[in-house]
Write a protein that binds this ligand. Structure first.
Ligand SMILES: [Zn+2]
Length: 419
């Protein structure tokens, strides 16, 4: 049986090789969140990265170099939809050195690694407005900063007001404005049907499953949006009863160049039947009420079903707060979007209005765009569950949600045109 022995040996070798390879951290995602005079670059990995070197390279380029990492083609490309950002490019150099170049529209003044744990590297970038004088000296004057200690150096956040030199509107800037207007056009909307596959979500009265309600309603929202906003692309993070991990949902949205992310869910109380009833919207911010925290805890608990859930290991309250701060560039938009959706549902009187709340939803952490999580109603409530389980109920909710999104889009387009 030499044939079999050889096969076994090859199998063992390839298994060992795969194990050795899997010990090398792999890049999962790069997100950049510009916010005024600072920006946060977050690189997510499957394991701890040991060597990180950050360096401003001039012409608005912030460079992060990391040794002994892997990355596949998918992780190296990133959709850029944010103002203040020109591009995000990453490539592997000399087999295991990952080089990420993030190009901002402003000058990169300094870079600091603010966090490095078993799943992530976070770099704080300080920016300053471009001026002819500073542009010439940028590339030469900035020091290289090497970071290899276990705990990242803690630099206080820059709170000093920057002298915003806004009247340097050269022809270059005008081209930038036109480009960023195009980049900002609300042309792609991501609807995220919560749960799916092995994760049924909440189980309601009358055997109604959250994963079925979210998928059916999301598809109806897409249909309604197609009618209301014909030129806009509407994508779902899942089209069928598939299990999609939380972090992937944001990635799908980012890679598709999504301009809005709306995650669809159903609420539930631990005991049923329960009188709690109604429609709620959530935006990502550290929870202020125990009720909101309970909802976030339930929606986040799906990670227990995910393979490689350790990627969320650093996603403590602190990380959520950081992510929420990084998302602050979109906070105003997320809040307005939530309000418009809420108002639209309220006027139809389908379900009681329970307002807009804030909590730390992991699914909203990864999407680099205005994002809202909708809890359509309570599956633990007899009336809500019946409505949510019915096609007509789903249709009227979908229509209201879509109208709210349309209202937001109209206001948004008006703002963009003014700029
Ligand atoms: Zn849910």
């Amino acid at each position: 049986m030499p044939q079999l022995r050889l096969t076994l040996l090859l199998l063992i070798i390839s298994t060992v090789a795969a194990a050795a390879q899997s010990a090398v951290p792999q890049l999962r995602d790069i997100t950049v969140r510009p916010s005024g005079s600072t920006a946060t670059i977050t690189l997510l990995f499957t394991g701890r990265v040991t060597t990180v070197v950050v360096e401003p390279k001039g012409n608005g380029v912030a460079q992060v170099r990391m040794k002994s990492v892997r990355a596949d083609e998918k992780a190296l490309t990133s959709a850029v939809v944010k103002p203040g950002l020109r591009s995000v490019r990453a490539h592997i150099e000399r087999t295991d050195v990952l080089v990420a170049n993030v190009t901002f529209t402003q000058t990169v003044a300094s870079m600091t690694v603010t966090k490095r744990d078993s799943v992530s590297v976070v770099v704080l970038v300080k920016l300053r407005p471009n001026s002819p004088a500073s542009a010439a000296t940028t590339s030469a004057a900035k020091p290289t900063k090497k970071e290899s200690s276990k705990t990242a150096p803690d630099e206080p956040p820059d709170t000093s007001p920057k002298a915003g030199n806004t009247d340097n509107n050269t022809a270059d800037n005008r081209t930038d404005n036109a480009l960023s207007r195009k980049r900002w056009a609300l042309n792609t909307i991501i609807i995220d049907p919560g749960h799916g596959g092995k994760d049924p979500g909440a189980l309601g009265i009358g055997e109604v499953k959250e994963k079925d309600v979210t998928l059916a309603t999301s598809k109806k929202i897409r249909e309604e949006l197609k009618k209301l906003m014909p030129g806009v692309k509407v994508l779902l993070t899942r089209e069928d009863d598939a299990f999609v991990e939380l972090y992937q949902r944001g990635q799908i949205a980012n890679k598709a160049g999504g301009k809005l992310f709306i995650s669809i869910h159903c609420n539930s109380m631990p005991e049923k039947p329960h009188p709690a009833s109604g429609f709620e919207c959530y935006i990502l911010r550290p929870g202020r009420s125990t009720d909101a925290a309970r909802v976030a805890l339930r929606e986040n608990s799906v990670i227990q079903l995910e393979y490689g859930q350790e990627r969320y290991a650093g996603m403590t309250t602190e990380t959520t707060i950081m992510a929420a701060m990084a998302q602050s560039a979109f906070a105003r938009f997320s809040e307005t979007l939530a309000q418009r959706i809420r108002e639209s549902v309220r006027t139809t009187d389908i379900l009681p209005d329970r307002g807009v709340h804030q909590a730390g939803f992991l699914v909203l952490v990864g999407a680099s765009m205005p994002s809202v999580l909708v809890e359509l109603g309570y599956l633990s409530n007899e009336h809500d569950a019946e409505l949510l389980g019915s096609k007509t109920g789903q249709r009227s909710l979908a229509r209201s949600v879509a109208k709210g999104i349309q209202r937001y889009a109209q206001e948004y387009e008006a703002i963009i045109k003014e700029q």
